[in-house]
Write a protein that binds this ligand. Structure first.
Ligand SMILES: *[C@@H]1O[C@H](CO)[C@@H](O)[C@H](O)[C@H]1NC(C)=O
Ligand SMILES: *[C@@H]1O[C@H](CO)[C@@H](O)[C@H](O)[C@H]1NC(C)=O
Ligand SMILES: *[C@@H]1O[C@H](CO)[C@@H](O)[C@H](O)[C@H]1NC(C)=O
Length: 514
């Protein structure tokens, strides 16, 4: 918590120190923050590439962004290295919402930025917050926005109905009064046109309570006008680009099932029966082996994604049955109660009064296994070319080491030399395809499981042993690799069981024998 206190504000300002967006994380008046930001450019020595300046009371940690600055105002006892790290994170979210780093564009997206700034702080920037987490978190919040909007619309409808009722009463009173030969007091000319002058929004504004997040943040300087809750960010397409970008930056973002489905649907039908609480348990393997057997690196990334489509089942807890013996490292979503998970293997929100977002895929638990332990390779491949004078005889075999797995649509791809004709196929389990344009031999095995653990292929072709590497493998599977499953879901209130459905997927990201 102390880390929050050192960060006083995060702001984007012009080179002249005019605030465009500022989020204060402690009580601070608008005048104070504007004053601090106005003073900041004057403190900087011109032309020097510094990263921070100090006054008697505060420190500014800053990064130039073309004609603007991203500035953190901190106390002077803060850890400058951590602040620089945080600053980088703040700076990195800006291009996610703004196409150009210009005042108008920043103003236009100020609410998105403030959202993102809040997430960085709320997630606790010391816990290695990454952009993917910020994205997930902002998505979770968008549910609150929707609820808020729905509530507001209902209120507006009710207010309108109430006004119509009042107007009718008044008209009735006027007619009654006219009939009685008197003038209705004060309401002369009140008709349907007069009614529209009474803005329902004005009435509602007073009774409306903005669902403020439990944060130490005070209101932003710049944004006046609509509350941030009213601003529904243009997520959708932007998010996809965002994910692509993260992936290109090397972030481990597991593509959502929607994307994956297209690859997989050829072999594996999506489950037919999905309940109001649906779980997707996805694992993705990335593996690099030496041709003589050594495992250079293997990484398995897993994620459990929750989708609630039944609003009566939003406030739930999930019991995770973790039988992993391979040594995976688990990580819960920042909104998930970590203590509850550690103590009871239960996934529930930190705030038990809150519901999981409706109709949204939410990653709730992730895991990662990284190893060079050869016994953990799910499917070993032994590719053995031997020179025979006029070319090579290649023997290749597979063995399923992880017998609980069932691998579908396995394709083992072996490069072959070009321009030397087709390989001569000898003994073969399964089928093969020779692609003379791509110069590959594909060995295709519809199913590999414990009944069919091993298989081999022999072929001869002109070439040298080095020509037949790297061998690559692809498969899909409806089984889990790490044996982490959700075995029950219960209501937070009352603890009764909730029906849920599960979908398990194990796929290949990269599987190479070099
Ligand atoms: C094992 O797999 C191969 C290739 O998919 C297939 O030809 C063979 O019939 C399978 N054998 C059994 C016992 O399933
Ligand atoms: C050696 O390899 C060639 C392919 O280039 C093949 O035609 C031939 O049968 C192989 N010879 C032996 C003895 O395996
Ligand atoms: C998960 O893995 C365990 C052990 O490896 C296995 O017993 C279980 O059936 C698997 N569950 C699914 C859904 O694949």
């Amino acid at each position: 918590l102390s880390s929050y206190l050192v960060l006083l504000a995060a702001a984007i300002c012009t080179k002249a120190g005019k605030a465009i967006v500022s989020r204060q994380f402690v009580e601070m008046t608008r005048t104070r923050i504007e004053g601090l930001l106005a003073a900041f450019p004057k403190l900087m020595g011109t032309g020097k590439q510094h990263t921070f300046v100090e006054t008697d009371s505060v420190r500014y940690v800053y990064q130039p962004l073309e004609k603007l600055y991203m500035v953190l105002v901190t106390t002077k006892n803060s850890n400058i290295l951590e602040d620089l790290e945080t600053l980088r994170l703040f700076s990195r979210v800006i291009p996610e919402y703004c196409r150009v780093l210009e005042e108008g564009e920043i103003s236009e997206h100020c609410f998105d930025l403030i959202f993102a700034f809040d997430e960085i702080v709320a997630l606790g920037y010391r816990e290695n917050v990454n952009l993917a987490q910020i994205r997930t978190f902002t998505e979770m919040d968008s549910h609150e926005e929707k609820v808020f909007r729905a509530v507001r619309e209902t209120q507006e409808r009710e207010a309108n109905a109430e006004m119509k009722r009042k107007a009718k009463e008044l008209q009735q009173a006027r007619r009654d009064a006219e009939r009685a030969g008197r003038k209705a007091p004060g309401f002369g000319g009140f008709g349907s046109s007069g009614m529209s002058n009474l803005s329902p929004a004005a009435i509602i504004a007073e009774s409306m309570v903005e669902p403020e997040k439990p944060k130490m943040a005070s209101a932003p300087v710049r944004p006046s006008g609509p509350s941030k809750a009213l601003k529904l960010g243009a997520k959708g397409k932007e998010v996809d680009n965002f994910v692509d970008k993260l992936m290109s930056e090397g972030e481990n973002v597991i593509p959502s099932a929607g994307k994956k489905q297209s690859d997989v649907s050829k072999v594996l039908q999506p489950p037919v029966n999905t309940e109001g609480v649906h779980l997707k348990i996805e694992e993705k393997i990335s593996l690099t082996c030496g041709r003589d057997g050594g495992l250079q690196n293997m990484e398995v990334l897993g994620i459990i994604t929750l989708r609630v489509t039944d609003e009566t089942n939003g406030r739930i807890r999930l019991h995770v049955n973790n039988n992993d013996k391979k040594g995976v490292q688990l990580q819960t979503h920042p909104n998930v109660d970590k203590k509850l998970f550690t103590a009871d293997s239960l996934i529930g929100l930190k705030n038990p009064d809150k519901a999981f977002p409706l109709n949204n895929d939410v990653g709730i638990l992730k895991w990662r296994l990284q190893t060079t332990e050869e016994s953990l390779i799910p499917l070993t491949i032994n590719c053995w070319p031997s020179e025979n004078g006029s070319g090579c005889d290649v023997n290749i075999e597979y063995e399923l080491q992880e017998e609980s797995l069932e691998l579908n649509d396995v394709i083992i791809t072996i490069p072959v030399p070009s321009g030397v004709g087709a390989p001569v196929i000898g003994d073969l389990d399964g089928e093969y395809r020779h692609d003379s344009r791509k110069n590959i031999l594909e060995w295709c095995l519809p199913v590999i499981d414990e009944n069919n653990k091993t298989g081999s292929l022999e072929f001869s072709i002109a070439g040298k042993p080095n020509d037949f590497f790297p061998v690559s493998v692809s498969f899909v599977s409806r089984r889990n690799y790490s044996d982490i499953q959700v075995d029950s879901v219960t209501h937070v209130e009352g603890g009764s069981l909730v029906k849920f459905s599960t979908e398990t997927l194990f796929v290949v990201d990269k599987y190479e024998i070099l």
